[in-house]
Design a binder for this molecule. Structure first.
Ligand code: TXA
Ligand code: MG
Length: 308
């Protein structure tokens, strides 16, 4: 059910949950100060309770009242990348953020989305917790139709069309010495180099503890069984491949865009994974003959998770 910005704000104010567009993926939004709505977000998604939510705010100033200690280069970082697909994990005053939203951690994740509809809504509502608007484990939603496929046609959605990035935000934290990427996303680590003077490491765990709890879980997966292949151009069957490559033995090809345009592939990726389910495809091979640098690295990571 499509709703207006005003209706979305009213619904959120009344303790409801609505899906809203951002430049990365659609989010399932609830007010930070509505504990029942936050519970609903976990229930709707089937999300494990140890997986914290990102707090979305309209500007940097709105983050400051929650933060305990501002890490070195934080201002530099957010001046460059906010509004945008960057999420920053910061130590917070835990009395100011519901325990459920941060899954009991002493930190919280913040993002200012770069989407006019999301920003307009945030200015009306204040901080919103917002996981991706998909059932846990499924590919994220990059179009209102995807939200409806997961939550039903009666679910309130603020329609912002297709999401321009198509991949979730990059999540970073400061480990006391350096910034690190704890979830790869729409911003490649190379893009931080000019601001920090070093390439932030991509890390998953400290010892056996995952830094980003969400990375523990199966993700981004359609129902179809996926196989990744660097020689997909030779294979039979259903292929997920590039528009500028030939797959002469394939039964059918789902295109994820041009092999020279990672932005185009990022934008289409989840829609194509969801299309496999819509067309009842049981198994498909994905062409992963592409570089490991820049945005391609995030695409590799998502496909690996989708196929795992
Ligand atoms: O692009 C995005 O980030 C989208 C849009 C809607 O903004 N949101 C999104 O949310 O991807 P979600 O819930 O699907 O993923 C949030 C990730 C999870 O992996 C979670 O574990 C991590 O953020 N996270 C949240 N708070 C954290 C914290 N305090 N420390 C470490 N990781 C955290
Ligand atoms: Mg998600």
């Amino acid at each position: 059910m499509h709703i207006s910005i005003k209706e979305a704000a009213q619904h959120i104010h009344n303790g409801g949950v609505v899906a809203i567009p951002t430049e990365t993926v659609y989010g399932l939004a609830a007010a930070l100060d509505q504990p029942n709505a936050i519970n609903q977000v976990f229930e709707l998604k089937g999300r494990p309770s140890n997986n914290p939510l990102i707090i979305h705010v309209p500007d940097v100033a709105s983050v400051m009242k929650f933060v305990k200690k501002v890490p070195r280069d934080f201002e530099l970082l957010v001046t460059a990348f906010w509004p945008g697909p960057l999420t920053v994990v910061l130590p917070v005053d835990t009395t100011k953020i519901p325990e459920r939203a941060r899954a009991g951690l002493p930190t919280a994740a913040f993002r200012v989305p770069n989407h006019s509809v999301a920003l307009e809504l945030l200015k009306l509502t204040g901080p919103l917790v917002m996981p991706s608007a998909n059932l846990s484990g499924r590919p994220s939603a990059t179009h209102p139709e995807h939200v409806e496929a997961d939550f039903g046609s009666e679910f309130p959605v603020l329609d912002g069309g297709s999401c321009a990035c198509g991949l979730e935000s990059t999540i970073v934290h400061f480990n006391g010495e350096r910034w690190q990427v704890i979830r790869q996303g729409a911003i490649a680590p190379e893009e931080f180099l000019p601001f920090f003077g070093y390439l932030p490491k991509v890390i998953q765990k400290v010892g056996s503890n995952p830094i980003c709890p969400g990375q523990l879980y199966r993700h981004y997966a359609p129902k179809a069984k996926l196989t990744l292949s660097k020689s997909a151009t030779l294979l039979k069957g259903v292929i997920v491949g590039f528009s500028d490559r030939a797959y002469p033995a394939a039964e059918c090809v789902f295109s994820i865009g041009s092999s020279s345009k990672p932005e185009e592939v990022a934008e289409k990726l989840y829609a194509v994974l969801r299309q496999l389910d819509q067309e009842n495809i049981e198994a498909a091979t994905i062409d992963i003959q592409f570089p490991y640098s820049g945005l391609w690295a995030t695409i590799h990571e998502r496909l690996k998770k989708a196929a795992s």
